[in-house]
Design a protein. Sequence first.
Length: 319
Amino acid sequence: MSGRVFCITLVIVADGIGFEDPGSSQLSRYAPRTPRFPEFGSHTSDSGTACTRRSKGALMSAVHLDQLPLDFPPPSALGAGLLVVMPALNEQDSVARVIGEVRAACPAARVLVVDDGSTDLTGRRAAQAGAAVLKLPFNLGVGGAMRAAYRWAHENGYEAVVQVDADGQHDPRDIADLAAVTDAEIVIGARFAGRGDYEVRGPRRWAMRLLGAVLSRIADTRITDPTSGFRLVRGRAVALFAEQYPEEYLGDTVEALVIAHRAGLRIRQVPVAMRPRETGTASTNPLRSAVYLLRVVSAVGLALARRRTGSAQPCPAFA
């Protein structure tokens, strides 16, 4: 069957990339203009090739997702409805458990794990747990992983996509609460809306309050947690994010809301409780927290400067 895959256009700084063939113990050298990319297979994690960096400085972060033809399962074989996406980087100790929780909470949903350049057994354990696995050749970040997932979902006819962390901090039982909101194309699982005791302090919290207040005014709805990665996207928003989803840090949460609002999409939030991380380490660090305020100011300026386009359309339900 004919479908699409995602081509990653890179800026190469070193002398090439090493790709490891699962059927061979040796690395093959490829010129920068002829990289190979992994194939996506239903319920498989090791089909295609795995990408290995020859050196830490081999690749710059200038990444652009594009499309090329490839063989995918047809939409009729997958079924329309709800797709639960889990971007994962080195989450081998938690990914199978979270997949099990998702399948228990949403038996009819399909689970897609985007293995974002993991160096451990994340992809294999996700496949063993019954998820479909899309392996990226190296780490793109949550934004790049989710943009690939939205494109895959759009190409295969899914009506709604829910993003869930692979570390277990999001409770899959709350997916039903997100899905129950049918008058919006984007539903945020908000950590600061009255449930649970999760909190952040310092400049990051101040920035979130400021941005939440500004976005609430712009979108004409209450948004207390604009950086939450636990959200449901449906209808026109899936098609929009398949083409215009930000790939930079924070862009996948904050800027995505600005893009959605400018396109005339409706945004709502529901309260959720965040669970403590039991395994792995957080992807953020003190340096990222230090630049958080600058990014927030940029996002606020973008939201204020750009005009809203389009108009709200009836929000369809999904199977």
